[in-house]
Design a protein around this ligand. Structure first.
Ligand SMILES: *Cc1c(COP(=O)(O)O)cnc(C)c1O
Length: 350
């Protein structure tokens, strides 16, 4: 892979905005450079611009993930990283990207926002990559292949051998592995393959296992030159000071995070064991994530009924290969109990 050829020339050659906080990096001093207000009008003290490159936060994430800070990009959710990756390679039909539905919808939406050519290669009936079709659909203009593992909305992990095959054979563009649900999975992350595969980008997020969706923090891990390109095109202060501060605090001690992951995993097993015994359940797909995809006998009506009971699940019956299915996020024990009671009540009434 040659980044100079892969990245759009106006991005590759872009001279980035240099913010006041880029030009002076010290923490002590009289700061009269950024037109900030010297007074904090609230007791929250957020009157100063935050660190544009989030160094303290990256150092903490680096320690947790065992990956150097220089290989980490932080975005306003991983959705920001997805957008930037597409924007710097595929915008305005300059390149095409391969996505494998049913999968996370943002790849396609971001592709469309950026007017990228999107090539869809559906997963096979086991929700695994259809390698022959993927390789067939690669063209000279293919710059990105998106792989989501564990996959959303199906919940399964993608066969590692198939991912390696793509990494090994598709060397002219970037392979993006979205690991939003990796912490619910027992397999190692692909972040440990970054040195071997300079065309790999791994996405993770604090929105799921880490329980910080509202703070909006997504991570992209890649070789340093890719990280620098992403930094160059991101809005200068894309991660707010509040987010940087609160996430650092939230990551000080991981005990509770790990405890909550375990309890979600236990609840998932309980939920699955309950559902598979019921005659109104056609199928519960295996899940390596914090949600399950379930085919019920009467999914759409059940979904509507549950909404009437103020239980909100996600109907996925309109999604290809997911006919009649509902995606259910694992809740607290009480929430799951309420869900199951209402599902049973629906089928008793109908
Ligand atoms: C939830 C999810 C994300 C999360 O994105 P954020 O913007 O970080 O909240 C990314 N990818 C997949 C597959 C997801 O399901």
């Amino acid at each position: 892979m040659n980044l100079k050829e892969l990245i759009l020339p106006y991005i590759y050659n872009l001279k980035p905005y240099s913010s006041a906080r880029d030009e002076f990096k010290g923490k002590e001093g009289v700061f009269l450079d950024a037109n900030e207000n010297p007074y904090s009008s609230t007791d929250l003290a957020f009157n100063r611009y935050p660190d544009p490159l989030q160094q303290d936060l990256k150092d903490r994430i680096s320690a947790i993930k065992n990956i150097p800070s220089k290989n980490i990009f932080l975005g306003n959710g991983s959705d920001e990283a997805i957008d930037l990756i597409i924007r710097m390679t595929c915008a305005n039909q300059a390149g095409n990207m391969i996505v494998c539905p049913p999968t996370y919808g943002m790849y396609e939406v971001s592709g469309n926002i950026n007017n990228a050519e999107i090539r869809q290669v559906s997963l096979n009936s086991n929700f695994q990559l259809d390698l022959p079709k993927i390789f067939e659909s690669i063209t000279e203009k293919t710059k990105l292949i998106f792989i989501c593992s564990p996959n959303n909305p199906t919940g399964n992990k993608i066969d590692r051998k198939a991912i390696y095959e793509i990494l090994d054979k598709f060397r002219t563009g970037l392979v993006i592995i979205d690991e939003a649900y990796i912490d619910f999975n027992d397999e190692p992350s692909f972040i440990f393959e970054l040195e071997k595969y300079p065309h790999l980008i791994v996405l993770q997020t604090l929105s799921k296992a880490y329980g910080m969706a509202s703070l909006r923090l997504g991570m992209a891990f890649a070789q340093e030159e890719i990280i620098q390109l992403l930094n160059k095109i991101k809005p200068p202060y894309n991660i707010s000071g509040a987010t940087q501060e609160l996430v650092l605090k939230g990551l000080q001690d991981l005990t509770d995070i790990q405890k909550n992951i375990r309890s979600i995993q236990e609840s998932k097993v309980e939920l699955i064991n309950y559902l598979i015994k019921k005659d109104f359940v056609v199928k519960v797909y295996p899940s390596n994530a914090n949600f399950i995809l379930v085919v019920f006998r009467d999914s759409k009506n059940l979904f509507d009924y549950l909404i009437g009971k103020e239980i909100i699940t996600r109907y996925r019956g309109n999604v290809e290969l997911c006919k009649d299915s509902i995606r259910i996020s694992i809740g607290t024990k009480e929430e799951n109990d309420k869900l199951l009671k209402n599902i049973s009540a629906y089928f008793e009434e109908s």
